[in-house]
Design a protein around this ligand. Structure first.
Ligand SMILES: C[S@@+](CC[C@H](N)C(=O)[O-])C[C@H]1O[C@@H](n2cnc3c(N)ncnc32)[C@H](O)[C@@H]1O
Length: 344
């Protein structure tokens, strides 16, 4: 992810506006290519435009324009009349690669993008434009669709894998137990115990994710050090541990709910322990552009969610009794890690 702001044009520039205006078309081109598995098809090889059109069942001349658009987007390269994946496409758009981003694209297409259609209403009312978030917890609706759940979990793991490596490299020697609250199918918890074998971990998440957790642990080679507890973090007590993690959780909820979650965490963290919070954070007058976009995504998709500043996070932690400390960055360009210590 590029966290830099787009360069403002030095002079009035219609091209800059056109680049934004055609963003929807560019997304469609990318998603269409990924859904057709074009990059997986081309991986490690090359093909002429007619060969590739035939493989995908596309007709000329539309197909030629489509492939040339992918060259223009930097996802394909053209050499001597043959097309091949660019290095970026080879790493992120080939199915089965560890950093495959297809699940995230599906999650955007199914969940986030329809909610973005209501941006103007959300800006005026502050209300989510995602029916599931108005009716209850938007994850309950998401998890009724097995394919969408899988795509969502893939995309969470794409983001939490580098964060998990970073979090694992902190000093865990004072602690022996950890609960990843809203820890999805346990990807980060598995990294944590694998790299810190003295730890045991619990993944606390909605009961619908238990089977995905079991499958994912088996796919990672199995471990007895991570277990799953199903529950609702607003109504059920959180399991006790030395450390509780809230990763990409607080930004889904309103300030009132964030404080409640941190209060619950304070009850569950043992004296001398800590709570870890990571989210993309929006600090100062020039926050990372992607964090600002993520904040608007929360506005339209979740009930009361948004990104927030490090200072706000410190304020909530202090309010419920933790002693806050910022450890940035968190392993992804826009994410910040904040730790709240519970004194003995
Ligand atoms: C944005 S995901 C973050 C997943 C993971 N922590 C990560 O960093 O990739 C939010 C997680 O919160 C879980 N969640 C949402 N509402 C919950 C609730 N009421 N109780 C427990 N877990 C919940 C979801 O199932 C999902 O796994």
């Amino acid at each position: 992810m590029n966290s830099a702001h787009p360069e403002p044009p030095a002079d009035p520039d219609l091209g800059a506006i056109m680049a934004i205006a055609t963003g929807h078309w560019q997304t469609k081109i990318l998603v269409t290519a990924v859904e057709a598995d074009l990059f997986t098809n081309l991986s490690g090889s090359s093909a002429t435009i007619p060969e590739l059109s035939e493989r995908l069942g596309y007709r000329m001349p539309g197909a030629k324009g489509f492939f040339l658009a992918l060259v223009g987007l930097g996802l394909l390269e053209s050499h001597d009349g043959r097309l091949r994946n660019s290095a970026t496409a080879e790493q992120f758009l080939v199915r089965g690669r560890p950093q495959y981003i297809g699940g995230y694209l599906q999650f955007c297409a199914r969940e986030l993008n329809p909610a973005w259609d209501g941006l103007a209403v959300a800006l005026r009312t502050g209300q989510p434009q995602n029916r599931a978030a108005i009716e209850g917890n938007p994850y309950d609706s998401l998890y009724r669709d097995e394919a969408a759940t899988e795509a969502f979990l893939d995309s969470m793991d794409m983001f939490n894998t580098p964060i998990g490596l970073h979090v694992s490299s902190l000093d865990w020697s004072p602690y022996s137990s950890v609960v990843d609250v809203g820890g999805a199918r346990g990807n980060l918890a598995h990294t944590l115990v694998t790299r810190n074998p003295h730890l045991t971990a619990i993944v606390f998440d909605l009961p619908q994710l238990e089977s995905a957790f079991t499958r994912h642990m088996a796919a990672l080679g199995g471990t007895d050090a991570v277990s799953f507890v199903g529950g609702d973090f607003f109504t059920d007590p959180l399991p006790e541990a030395d450390v509780l993690i809230f990763g990409h959780i607080l930004h889904n909820w309103s300030e009132e709910h964030r404080i409640k979650l941190l209060q619950n965490a304070y009850q569950a963290v043992r004296p001398g322990g800590a709570v870890l919070v990571y989210d993309p954070m929006v600090d100062g007058a020039n926050p990372p552009f992607n964090a600002v976009l993520a904040s608007l995504s929360m506005l339209v998709w979740s009930a009361g969610g948004s990104e927030y500043s490090v200072e706000e996070c410190h304020g909530w932690l202090t309010k419920v009794g933790f002693r806050p400390e910022t450890v940035a960055p968190a392993g992804m360009p826009d994410d910040v890690l904040v730790i709240g210590h519970k004194d003995r």
